[in-house]
Design a protein around this ligand. Sequence first.
Ligand SMILES: Nc1nc2c(c(=O)[nH]1)N[C@H]1C(S)=C(S)[C@@H](COP(=O)(O)OP(=O)(O)OC[C@H]3O[C@@H](n4cnc5c(=O)[nH]c(N)nc54)[C@H](O)[C@@H]3O)O[C@H]1N2
Ligand SMILES: Nc1nc2c(c(=O)[nH]1)N[C@H]1C(S)=C(S)[C@@H](COP(=O)(O)OP(=O)(O)OC[C@H]3O[C@@H](n4cnc5c(=O)[nH]c(N)nc54)[C@H](O)[C@@H]3O)O[C@H]1N2
Ligand code: SF4
Ligand SMILES: [Mo]
Length: 731
Amino acid sequence: MLFGRRKRKPIKIPQKDVAEWKYTTCNYCSTGCAIEIGLDNDGKLVTSRGVADADVNRGKLCIKGLLEHDLFDSPGRGSEPLLRSSIHKGFETVSWDAALDKTAEKIKEIQAKYGRDSFAVVSTGQLLTEEFYTLGKLVRGCIGTNNYDGNTTLCMASAVSGYKRSFGSDGPPGCYEDFEHTDCFMAFGSNLPEQHPIIYWRLKEAREKRHFPMIVIDPRVTMLAQWADIHLPITPGTDTVLLNSMMYVIINEGLQDNAYIEAHTTGYEEMKAVVMDYDPKSAQKICGIDEDTIRHVARIYAKADSAMSIWTMGINQSTHGSDGVCSINNINLITGNIGKPGGTSLSITGQCNAMGTREWSSCSGLPGYRFLENEEHREQIADFWGIDSEFFPEKVGLKQTDIFPAIETGQIKGLWLVATNPLTSMANQARIRKAMEGLEFVVVQDVYEDVETVEYAHAYLPASVWAEKEGCHTNTERRVNITRNTLPSYGNSKPDFQIFNEMSTRFENSKKIVFPATPEGAFNEMRELSKGQGRTLDISGMTYDKIETARGIQWPFSEDTEDGELKGAQRLYTDGKFQTPNGKANLIPVRFFNNNECPDDDYPFWLNSGRIVEHFHTRTRTGKIGNINKFSPTPYMEINPDAAAELGIESMQYVRILSRRGDAIVMAQLTQRVSRDMVFIPFHYHDCVNRLTLGLLDPYSRQPAFKQCAARIELIDQKEAAKLNLERRTF
Ligand SMILES: Nc1nc2c(c(=O)[nH]1)N[C@H]1C(S)=C(S)[C@@H](COP(=O)(O)OP(=O)(O)OC[C@H]3O[C@@H](n4cnc5c(=O)[nH]c(N)nc54)[C@H](O)[C@@H]3O)O[C@H]1N2
Ligand SMILES: Nc1nc2c(c(=O)[nH]1)N[C@H]1C(S)=C(S)[C@@H](COP(=O)(O)OP(=O)(O)OC[C@H]3O[C@@H](n4cnc5c(=O)[nH]c(N)nc54)[C@H](O)[C@@H]3O)O[C@H]1N2
Ligand code: SF4
Ligand SMILES: [Mo]
């Protein structure tokens, strides 16, 4: 008998007859990879590939991008609008007109009865920018509720807040090319190889050409930490202490850039006074990094010709999120590392279009980084839209994390959820569930009709997804890139853009406000609004065709850009001028106070949570793609082998994990990635880690501290656990 290769049939990759390649941008993370979708002669999707000449990904894609085309007809897609009179009754399939009429009628009824702000709208970072702009127009200009926010409060709010406090405006000042220039790279709470695999690939390429030191600050030994020259396993929630203490060393050793501080910053003396309380000897006791290492990394960072810091959720999702961002900006400002090649403060964004919502959705103000608090801004937008500026509130309303408590107290009676799944993604799930039960009317607008929140919906609006639509995303490095409409909408679903347009006609103000019929029309309005205002966010020179030809353009890119030029600005603040009244950046004094729920005798573990490479968020998409879900179909927990041995837990055994809020059943994965007093759970699974999290809020950004609370572990009968897991639909 013959074994082996000779007997085996060779693997054949079938020839794929691609008649047309359509240009798109990945709809998962904020890296912003360009993807081409291949269609055959019948317009059927046959394959996809990374775009070779796109500067961001240079032909590469991660596993999610490679398999993204599998999501169009995955199970559970919503194809028809649904209505019901009570959450205890079954849904009825209805026409779009019936669903939109009913929803508009209910919104008006609730507003008439309880006031304009009693109906809340919570959106996302995953729509197209034109859709965000249109939703903002609908909510701020027609519906007129001020309780309008997005899941970016769970994600980027601290970065936005910190940028505004330090630089006077939102907007990440750096770009991926900075890796090729930097002499020192520092990453806080960011696991690039899993969460932004292609940004990581860019970093790795740069380090292979020219080695520069990489310092990673993360309580877990992440994949990024494994590749670092120095890994600082910080005590959760104490990054501001480490940063203050690094600045203590820099200032005491005279390593700061006095010329830059003098010319481009204010508040140095006040900040210095606070920093002087954080000598490494005392700081080490709080942040868990020994004093010698603090001095060592401070010197490396300050002595480098150019040094850059990146961060993601390890900083933002903390009660010191906004302060953490300001601290990172502080260290870069005092070392003169802003706006120069390889010297920057680059917040790595989360969702594919978290930037687009910040720029244009009007969630945190008015379009184009305008503020509700600014009378001139209110008038500009009211004039442009053709309504009375009195219609706008004069300050921003509640954030997502305050909207749910306001539902509990009866201040909010109706809710419209657009492309977000708070029943799985918000902290303290039991409390969110209770809040949802108390609402008089809930609308869920999602690609899937089996998403958890539909359980509480009175109306369900089926949305088209990704390349079934047309429009733009902005990525981490301010690059606007386009997705072309490649496929027809699934079933009777509609693009979110169209849903918002059709909803607007049901409100009085739509007689005055024009809603462009196409996404490109909306894009042209945004271009107009971004013109020559002296703000960094200028897209007036962009067109859809230019964007596609360039494979994405970074803003600012003004209409004065020379003909034929397709490159936007790579960096902001290159001239040291900031968006503050005096043009100087603010150095912000940051004091640490420990308000986290720390481990104690009853709950001896830190409970950390985050992501893994193959899954995206609440798995509504990646959980349905077999070739992705197979890698991790079961909720699990990383636990240190020593801690496991002490508790009698074996690898792959189910355990119950409990906090003061609730419990969950997870499988134990024994790994040295976490220390003895910490466990880590990916948050992708429903009825899992967010049943336990506390989610204390940052005072500035209102972002929850998802990554810091205390838990204990109990053994559980294995058969019972498997049954419970099945009942919870977590497999
Ligand atoms: N595969 C995949 N990629 C994604 C996503 C996804 O769901 N799946 N989501 C996208 C989105 S929306 C986002 S926001 C990003 C998130 O991207 P990341 O922030 O990189 O991902 P997380 O795993 O949430 O958290 C990163 C790290 O923060 C660390 N951390 C916890 N506490 C602290 C602390 O106190 N200090 C420090 N310094 N670190 C701490 C954790 O140990 C964890 O390793 O990923 C984006 N990319
Ligand atoms: N414990 C813990 N919790 C966390 C985090 C953590 O690190 N730890 N991270 C937080 C962060 S950073 C984030 S960003 C949030 C994410 O939290 P969510 O926003 O709740 O998560 P998603 O699963 O992305 O939800 C998006 C929904 O939109 C739908 N959708 C996708 N595309 C479209 C579209 O084009 N149109 C419409 N209408 N719907 C669409 C999807 O099917 C899905 O139901 O989770 C937060 N929660
Ligand atoms: S790195 Fe992000 S943008 Fe690129 S393919 Fe993967 S998920 Fe998509
Ligand atoms: Mo996020």
